[in-house]
Design a protein around this ligand. Structure first.
Ligand code: KPL
Length: 298
């Protein structure tokens, strides 16, 4: 299969690298890492793939592919959607944080699939990515149900030895992931603690409140996500990823813009549509945005 990977950060590079063991992969990115991959190939360590040689380029438009994976940061989704509209791709799969698929869908006239990933990835150096944890990719139709396009994408992933589930309940899974990210990411970023600190700290309550509010908004959107399920999902992820620094904490630590708009901000925005208050998500969003403004990042 010809697969375009839009976003050569740690996750995009890892997934692209694994897929490149059996597929024709093009990695699209902007930096020195992509230049290195195009010259000398990509080393994938900590997983089976070894050395692979995907095409790597900074050119964003004019590509032909059966499937495009979107792995850019959520605030770059619009740029990715515009570039993909100038490519010839048959389907798009978002593996991003936050609710980004609707934006992709509004710019593209091909099926957009939703996906979640629990593989751990780290860019060790230009041209070298480490798989820090073998997890699972779950993907499926954005609106739920079965889809031949999702089945094909799932097969392509499995052929590359990536643990993959094709799910028919992506709406619930997306909102559950959003509840987890809404609870963990902003709280750990603001408190500057690893995920495991939420198991004992008072911040735990804040995380639970953010997740409960997210579950409530999911239900207003017609997605069946009980509060208990959202809270339990938080506790499970906190336990499993106790030693991890959330992606938002990593962004804050390296002085980069965060994905708060697509996570807590998306909860607030959807709540406004339903004339519903989500004070915890509102506060977390305001604090992170204030930090970003202070750093000149927005
Ligand atoms: O997805 C994550 C992230 O950091 O963005 C969690 C699940 C919170 C793990 O750190």
């Amino acid at each position: 299969m010809r697969i375009l990977v839009f976003g050569a950060g740690s996750l995009g590079t890892l997934v692209g690298g694994l897929l490149a063991s059996v597929h024709d992969v093009t990695l699209v990115g902007r930096d020195r890492h992509v230049a290195r991959v195009s010259k000398t190939g990509l080393d994938v360590v900590g997983a089976e793939s070894g050395h692979v040689t995907p095409t790597a380029t900074t050119t964003e438009t004019g590509h032909d592919a059966d499937l495009a994976l979107v792995t850019v940061k959520s605030f770059d989704t619009l740029a990715a959607a515009e570039a993909l509209a100038a490519c010839d791709v048959d389907a798009v799969l978002s593996l991003q944080n936050g609710l980004t698929e609707e934006l992709l869908e509004s710019h593209l006239d091909v099926p957009v699939l939703a996906g979640t990933v629990t593989y751990g990835a780290r860019l060790v150096a230009p041209g070298r990515v480490e798989c820090t944890g073998v997890g699972r990719v779950v993907l499926g139709a954005l609106d739920g149900g079965t889809s031949p396009v999702a089945e094909r994408a799932g097969k392509a992933f499995r052929d590359a030895n990536i643990n993959t589930l094709v799910a028919s309940d992506m709406p619930r899974r997306r909102w559950e992931k959003l509840a987890v990210n809404a609870g963990i990411n902003a709280v750990t970023a603001l408190a500057r603690v690893e995920n495991g600190a939420l198991a004992t700290d008072e911040a735990h309550d804040v995380a639970h409140r953010a997740a409960r509010e997210t579950a409530r908004i999911a239900r207003l959107e017609g997605v069946r996500l009980p509060n208990r399920v959202a809270r339990e999902a938080i506790d499970r992820v906190v336990e499993k990823t106790a030693a991890n620094h959330s992606s938002m904490l990593q962004d804050v630590d390296s002085g980069k813009r965060t994905e708060v708009d697509a996570i807590n901000g998306a909860v607030v925005e959807t709540a406004v549509k339903h004339q519903f208050e989500v004070p915890t998500n509102q506060t977390l969003t305001a604090l992170l945005r204030a930090w970003e403004r202070g750093k000149g990042l927005r």
